[in-house]
Design a binder for this molecule. Sequence first.
Ligand code: CTP
Ligand code: MG
Length: 252
Amino acid sequence: MNATGAVAAAVVPAAGRGERLGPGAPKALRELGGVPLLVHAVRALTRSRAVGLVVVAAPADGVAEVVGLLDSHGLDGKDVRVVPGGATRQESVRLGLAAIPAEVEIVLVHDAARPLVPVEVVDAVAAAVRAGAEAVVPAVPLADTVKRVEPNPGGPEPVLDTPDRSTLRAVQTPQGFRRETLAEVHAKALAEENAGGADALPAVTDDAGLVERFGGRVVVVPGHEEAFKVTRPLDLVLAEAVLARRRASDAY
Ligand code: CTP
Ligand code: MG
């Protein structure tokens, strides 16, 4: 506990390969300004007074390397643990969540691939959960018009319709949850998967999506353009530019 209330724990899924980024080390270990993406992401969390513990789900064959990396970078004296991640993001989050002590009531889930999320976003998500929401996602309005299509890889794709852009949001992380809610939806998703039912359902790409699937209520708070996910090579170019601007303008 501290002056701001209950302290949250954060799970950082970092076990992905980063295939869309191209050949090289696993994405979380790729460098931005000379520092691995994962270290940036963990620092963004430990900088928040709302976060007391961070559990990283590392590539299963890279746990020792990740422990070494985190040890060699100062992390504000916060408790940072590393567990082996899984074959999917969902599994990595589930494994990270299992390593969080039972008494922790608020859990944030933050992609290692979002290294530059401002601390204000972390604080705002944790505060919204503390204020009573069971699931909170930071999100930003879309710049582009979006169309739904009939997928036809390699060929022209017929447009089905154009959703009203003013009602759409692009969601980011950290997403925040009552721990009980997050644990429950992950357990249900695993049970579904084991029963072979998952194929019939649309893929869920974030944790809030699981809450929605099982009937829970998710709310959106303002995200930040700098919380973008490093997915493709151009994202790394943008991230380097944002970091350089920060380093030039303050003691970052
Ligand atoms: N992730 C994970 N375990 C997996 C797959 C993904 O922990 N089995 C994590 C990634 O490390 C990343 C986050 O989930 O921090 C978001 O996923 P994404 O951006 O898709 O990263 P990758 O899966 O690594 O990239 P790609 O899909 O291009 O291979
Ligand atoms: Mg992926």
